[in-house]
Design a protein around this ligand. Structure first.
Ligand code: ZN
Length: 321
């Protein structure tokens, strides 16, 4: 390695996803079931405002709201943002506008997509109408999108009362939450991760207070200065505090109960997290001296196990708990 070549900073794709299950309650159930039937429902608050999409509680008085009304499938764009690069699972796979649409009869606006040939074709105040999805299941995606509408302006009309009852109502939904992004850990953590590949643990020392941060974040949060001085710590460390885990996590093949601990590696100025193995869970204690156990191909220690040395003196780690 030459001093002149800056180390390459790591980047990696990360995806966090989980199914979010919610029961709907009477108002959202009526709203989503209505969409399935091509009926748009809102709620009327105590002061007469019609809110679409509906809410269950009055935003001013916090009173429960149950008065449903039907509004028109046509409306007016109140604001928009052009989306040049649609991402997977967005409403349209060609460039489109995100719009807030106040449907005729409503006092609030609904967020959705507008299918338009380009940003010049979109303006605040333009008239639009709902394009319904061919197959509807009782979800906001039953509105495929909005489209420009130059038919006759809907006469200002009172939203019609609606009792919200439909055959076979939708009572719950499962929304797939997904965050799909590229993560770069930065210069300091890149060095940390690269060292882990060699089964070494590298922190950075603050030039002002001399605390060694592991994992390093690139700066000392106390002194507000960059940490540039790399220091190898461990591999042996001390359990400073711990908990016993009794709940089995999905996708994690570890028998419960097990111990998860804060471990201060020798030379580090703060503790990192790790699982403790090689000892019955009810014999783990503060001050226990431990060392990392690596598995073939592991990118970080699988767990830590007792070294057999005498326990550390409390004074030696009391600032690291
Ligand atoms: Zn410092």
């Amino acid at each position: 390695m030459t001093a002149a070549s800056p180390p390459e900073v790591l980047r990696a794709p990360l995806v966090v996803e989980f199914p979010f299950t919610r029961s709907l309650g009477p108002v959202q159930s009526a709203f989503l079931t209505g969409l399935r039937e091509r009926v748009v429902l809102g709620v009327k608050t105590a002061d007469g405002t019609v809110m679409v999409p509906p809410v269950e509680y009055d935003p001013v008085t916090a009173e429960e709201i149950r008065e449903l009304v039907e509004v028109a499938p046509t409306g007016t764009v109140t604001t928009f943002a052009w989306n040049d690069h649609p991402r997977p699972h967005q409403p349209l796979d060609t460039p489109f506008a995100w719009v807030l649409v106040r449907l005729d009869g409503a006092g609030t606006a609904l967020l959705h997509a507008l299918d338009a040939p380009g940003p010049d074709a979109v303006r605040t105040g333009m008239r639009v109408r709902i394009r319904w999805a061919a197959e509807r299941v009782g979800a906001i995606t039953d509105i495929a999108c909005f489209e420009p509408y130059d038919g006759p302006a809907s006469p200002a009309r009172e939203p019609a009362p609606h009792d919200g009852s439909f055959a076979d109502p939708v009572t719950g939904i499962i929304a797939a939450a997904r965050l799909d992004y590229t993560y770069s850990p930065g210069r300091a953590q890149t060095a940390y991760i690269n060292a882990l590949a060699e089964r070494r643990t590298v922190g950075e020392r603050c030039p002002s207070c001399h605390k060694v941060y592991v994992p390093p974040r690139g700066a000392c949060p106390t002194c507000g200065v960059a940490t540039t001085d790399r220091v190898e710590v461990g591999p042996v460390g001390t359990v400073t505090t711990f908990c016993i885990v009794n709940i089995k996590a999905k996708n994690l093949d570890i028998e419960v109960p097990y111990v998860y601990a804060h471990i201060a590696l020798d030379g580090a100025g703060l503790a990192l997290h790790g699982r403790i193995g090689g000892i019955p869970y009810d014999q783990v204690r503060m001050g226990l001296r431990v060392e990392p156990v690596w598995t073939e191909g592991g990118r970080y220690p699988d767990h830590y196990r007792p070294t057999g040395e005498p326990d550390a003196d409390y004074d030696a780690y009391k600032e690291l708990i």
